[in-house]
Design a protein around this ligand. Structure first.
Ligand code: NAP
Length: 436
C-alpha cells in the first residue's frame, strides 16, 4: 500500500487535528506516516501555554492529542525548530506534504507613544508567563499597583482580567506557574479596567466566558448600564442581528445589574475608548484614552480625552503570525488559498486563518486542509523524512520523552494538590525529555 510521509510543524491543536484527519483517512489506497515537529520541548501548543489555568475542562482535549500521538504512524520531534534546526526547503524535499500549524505567537503592537515603557505587556508575553512557558518564565511583571488596564474586548482580555482578580488561593489548585502565583499573592491590584475601542455589541467576548465573570467571589463587576442601553438601541434597528450579540448584551446586562458585594476588587468593562498614549518615567504611570463615538455603525475618535492612573497596561489585541524564510505573510496569516501555500506546503489553524476561533474550530479547519492535501497527492515519493536532515547529536524530545516530562509534572502536581506543576526551564525540560 502506498505510504505517504507527512510533516506537521507545530504541536498545537491544529497540528494534532491534522494528524487525526490523516489517521482517519487511511484506507486500502492511502496510508500516512506522520512526523510532528515542534520548537518547544513540549507539545500541546496553546492548550499548555494559552488556556487559562482556571479553565481545566478546556485543557482536557489533551487526552485526544495523546490518543493521536500513541497511534503507530505518529512520531513526535519536539525541541526541533523550523528555520534553525531544519529549513522549510529540507522539509519540502523530505516529505510528500508539509503542514505548517505554527499558530500566531507574535505580539501585536498598539503603535502608540509609551508602549515600550516597562510594565506595558502584551498578552503574547503575559499569558505564557502565567502559564509557565519556558521562554517567558523570566518576563518582568510588576503587580505593585492598585489599578491595571487591559486593552481589548476579546476572550484573552477576559482571561487576563480574571487572573488578576481571582483570589490567588483559588489558583493554588491549578497549573498556574509558581512565579505568577507568588506575584499574584503579593499583588496590590484592586481595580482592573478592560477597555474596548468599540461598543458592547462589537465585543469579541464569548457569552460563556462573560458568564464566568460572575464566579469571581471577591470582585464586583461594573459595566455602564447606559452604554448597554445605547447598544440595545443601535442593535434594535439593525437587520439580522446575530444571536451571539444578543446573548452577549443580555449577559452584560445581567452582570451590570448584579447586586454589589462587600469585596475588595472591582473589574470594570469600559467601552468606546481608544488608547492614544502611555505616560511614565521608564515605567507605566498613566494611560490616555480618546473617547469614541459610533455613527451609523462606524467608529469615530472624538477630540475628548481622559486618562487613567495605572502602573500596569496589558494589551490583549490579538496576535501576529510568525513567518518563515520564503513564505509570505499578510493580514496576520500565512498567505494561502484554502490552506494551500505553494508546492507541497500547506497551512492550518491560526497560521492559516488568523488568530480567531476556539480550539474546536481547528478540527474542521484541519480536516478541510487534509482533504485538500489528499486530493492533491500524487504517488508517494519514497522520501526519508526528518531522520536524515537533523544534525547528528541533536537532542530530540520524542513521544516517550514527552511522556516522561508529563509524568514528572503530574506526579509533582499530585503531591501539591494540583493537576501538574509545569517545568518552565528549557534545560530541565530537555534533560527530562531525553533521559534514558
Ligand atoms: P480577539 O477575539 O480578536 O479580540 C481582540 C480585541 O482587541 C478586540 O476587541 C479588538 O477590537 C481589540 N483590538 C484590536 N486592535 C486594537 C487596537 N489597536 N486598539 C484597541 N483595541 C484593539 O482576540 P483575542 O482575545 O486575542 O482572542 C483570540 C482568539 O482566541 C479568539 O478567537 C478567542 O475567542 C480565542 N480565545 C478563546 C478562549 C476561550 O474560549 N476560553 C480564551 C482565549 C482566547 P475590534 O473588535 O474593534 O477590532
Amino acid at each position: 500500500m502506498p505510504k505517504y510521509k507527512i510533516a506537521i510543524v507545530g504541536a498545537g491543536p491544529a497540528g494534532y487535528f491534522a494528524a487525526q484527519a490523516f489517521q482517519k483517512a487511511q484506507n486500502e489506497t492511502h496510508s500516512f506516516s506522520i512526523d510532528m515537529i515542534e520548537r518547544l520541548p513540549t507539545p500541546w501548543g496553546l492548550v499548555r501555554s494559552g488556556v487559562a489555568p482556571d479553565h481545566p475542562k478546556i485543557k482536557s482535549v489533551s487526552k485526544v492529542f495523546e490518543k493521536i500521538a500513541r497511534e503507530s504512524n505518529f512520531r513526535l520531534f519536539a525541541n526541533v525548530e523550523l528555520g534553525k534546526d531544519i529549513s522549510l526547503k529540507d522539509l519540502r524535499d523530505a516529505y510528500d506534504a508539509v503542514i505548517l500549524a505554527t499558530g500566531c505567537s507574535a505580539e501585536k503592537k498598539l503603535g502608540i507613544k509609551g508602549e515600550d515603557l516597562f510594565n506595558c505587556i502584551s498578552s503574547a508575553k503575559f499569558v505564557p508567563w502565567y502559564n509557565a512557558h519556558p521562554d517567558f518564565a523570566k518576563t518582568k511583571v510588576d503587580l505593585n499597583t492598585d489599578t491595571a488596564v487591559v486593552i481589548g474586548a476579546g476572550n484573552v482580555a477576559l482571561d487576563i482580567a480574571r487572573m488578576l482578580c481571582t483570589d490567588p488561593d483559588e489558583l493554588e489548585t491549578t497549573d498556574i506557574s509558581d512565579h505568577a502565583l507568588g506575584m499574584l499573592k503579593s499583588s496590590r491590584i484592586k481595580k482592573v479596567i478592560i477597555c474596548a475601542r468599540r461598543g458592547p455589541e462589537h465585543a469579541a467576548f464569548s457569552t460563556t466566558e462573560l458568564r464566568t465573570l460572575s464566579n469571581l467571589m471577591n470582585t464586583n463587576i461594573s459595566i455602564d448600564e447606559s452604554e448597554l442601553k445605547k447598544a440595545y438601541c443601535r442593535v434594535s434597528v439593525m437587520a439580522g442581528v446575530e444571536k451571539d450579540i444578543e446573548n452577549n448584551l443580555e449577559t452584560m446586562r445581567l452582570i451590570a445589574t448584579l447586586r454589589k458585594k462587600d469585596v475588595a476588587k472591582n473589574l470594570e468593562i469600559r467601552f468606546l475608548c481608544s488608547p492614544i498614549e502611555i505616560i511614565g518615567n521608564k515605567k507605566v504611570e498613566e494611560i490616555v484614552f480618546a473617547e469614541n463615538e459610533l455613527k451609523d455603525g462606524e467608529l469615530f475618535q472624538t477630540e475628548n480625552t481622559y486618562s487613567i492612573k495605572t502602573g500596569l497596561v496589558i494589551t490583549a489585541i490579538g496576535y501576529d503570525v510568525a513567518g518563515y524564510s520564503g513564505i509570505k505573510v499578510k493580514n496576520d496569516r500565512i498567505v494561502n488559498i484554502a490552506g494551500h501555500v505553494e508546492n507541497n506546503i500547506y497551512v492550518t489553524g491560526w497560521a492559516k486563518r488568523g488568530p480567531v476561533g476556539l480550539i474546536g474550530t481547528n478540527k474542521s479547519d484541519s480536516l478541510h486542509v487534509v482533504e485538500l492535501i489528499i486530493k492533491n497527492l500524487k504517488a508517494p515519493k519514497g522520501l526519508t523524512g526528518i531522520d536524515n536532515i537533523l544534525k547528528s547529536g541533536h537532542l530530540i524530545v520524542d513521544q516517550i520523552g514527552w511522556e516522561k516530562i508529563n509524568a514528572s509534572e503530574v506526579i509533582a502536581g499530585q503531591l501539591a494538590g494540583k493537576p501538574r506543576i509545569k517545568v518552565d526551564n528549557w534545560d530541565h525540560l530537555i534533560s527530562l525529555g531525553t533521559s534514558k
